[in-house]
Design a protein around this ligand. Structure first.
Ligand SMILES: Cc1ncc(COP(=O)(O)O)c(C=O)c1O
Length: 397
């Protein structure tokens, strides 16, 4: 039966994992997978999560199934966190992580029967386009980022929106989510909202790092602006990073509709699509999140632990960006960025040499997870970078 099944092509991140496992050098560094790491290189369980788990242990009386669209209290609190207020025009369903929410978003778009295109700015995450493709949806790429100037190609984005057909979707990254670490400014989000409204476009937002940029409200600015102005916005939000709950697969799809009646239809579609896919979502992560968000003391502790994660990543980003003895390579652009990620102007061969010669493992796109570095090894990274950078990569725009 499976003899003719094509062998799956591994994406860039899976290949980094393989190279890491094969490397026995004690000084090896993992700058691949998008998880927060502390100064010891660990991805810890947050203290507040431990407290919430203890509380759940005491009060939870059942682990029976959740409804297909998930835990209603979790949904209510997550809508507050992402959008700051609920509204009858919103439909939402808990999903297995942000990636699961993104998958459900694609299934919802497919279920409309419209042949709309999804416009994707590059670079993006290695699973985005394959997931769109796998869902049977059409996509169109445009350059989001100019690697030469290390800033978004904003004119190209606006131009793509002007060229798109009414009803097309734009996949946009919430704060800190872009693999380049380069987000739109407040003014740019506002212009994007205006153009999308004028052109009748739909926003599809992947949002997984709320709180890793400036703070929870500040980081939601773009998402909230679009949701306030556009009739249709689809948000796939994740609790994996902000609550450090990666393996609990905790996320949500929120759909802003034009009317409450339309939201009712979407809600029933979300229930049905969950039944068709995984029946109902995993409960533990959502129970932890609602326990934290419902309790002002735990909520405050979570914000403080999130701030510590943010401060560590920002500190490393600034240290690398301001490094004096890496001055021959201008890394100052790093300071303008947000969150865990940065993309360097590198060829796949140069990225490969970072691993083989310096035990610094990163995807072959030049994208790193800054949280994989510590104060002690930032300089080692900068020196390795300098040493492998011989070939110039052409400008993305
Ligand atoms: C495309 C995409 N969106 C969102 C996320 C958010 O993470 P998770 O699916 O673990 O919630 C990820 C994983 O890092 C991802 O690859």
């Amino acid at each position: 039966m499976f003899n003719r099944l094509p062998k799956a092509k591994l994406d860039a991140l899976v290949r980094v994992g393989q190279r890491l496992r094969a490397d026995n050098r004690p000084e090896k560094l993992d700058l691949g997978v998008g998880v927060y790491r502390d100064a010891e290189g660990l991805t810890p369980v947050l203290g507040v999560v431990k407290i919430a788990e203890q509380e759940l242990n005491n009060v939870q009386t059942s682990k029976s199934y959740l409804p297909p669209d998930g835990d209603p209290d979790f949904i209510k609190m997550m809508i507050d966190l992402v959008l700051s207020k609920n509204a009858p025009e919103l439909a939402a369903a808990q999903a297995p992580g942000g990636t699961g929410a993104f998958h459900q978003a694609l299934a919802l778009i497919k279920a409309t029967g419209k042949n709309a295109r999804i416009w994707v700015g590059t670079p993006t995450w290695p699973n985005h386009i394959p997931m769109i493709d796998h869902s049977g949806l059409r996509y169109q790429t445009y350059a989001y980022y100019d690697i030469g100037t290390q800033s978004p190609c904003f004119e190209i984005l606006v131009n793509a929106m002007e060229r798109a057909d009414r009803g097309d979707l734009f996949l946009l990254h919430g704060c800190c989510h872009n693999p380049t670490g380069s987000d739109l400014s407040r003014e740019q989000w506002s212009e994007v909202a205006d153009v999308m409204q004028k052109k009748g476009l739909i926003a599809l937002i992947d949002f997984a790092y709320q709180g890793f940029g400036l703070g929870c409200d500040e980081d939601a600015l773009g998402v909230r602006l679009l949701a306030a102005l556009l009739p249709h916005v689809i948000i796939a939000a994740s609790c994996s990073k902000s609550f450090s709950l990666y393996q609990e697969r905790t996320g949500i799809i929120i759909v802003k509709c034009e009317t409450a009646a339309e939201a009712e239809r979407v809600q029933s579609a979300l229930q049905s699509l969950a039944r068709l896919n995984y029946s109902n979502p995993p409960g533990h992560g959502a129970a932890i999140v609602r326990t934290i968000l419902a309790n002002p003391t735990l909520h405050a502790q979570w914000l403080s632990e999130l701030a510590s994660m943010r401060d560590r990543v920002t500190g490393i980003r600034n240290q690398l960006g301001m490094m004096e003895n890496a001055a021959e390579q201008d890394l100052q652009w790093l300071v303008k960025g947000n969150g865990l990620f940065a993309t360097f102007e590198m060829t796949p061969a140069q990225c490969e040499r970072m691993g083989s010669e310096f035990a610094i493992h990163m995807p072959d796109t030049g994208r790193i997870n800054i949280a994989g570095l510590t104060q002690e090894n930032v300089e080692r990274f900068a020196m390795a970078l300098k040493s492998v950078k011989e070939v110039h990569v052409e400008n993305a725009c």
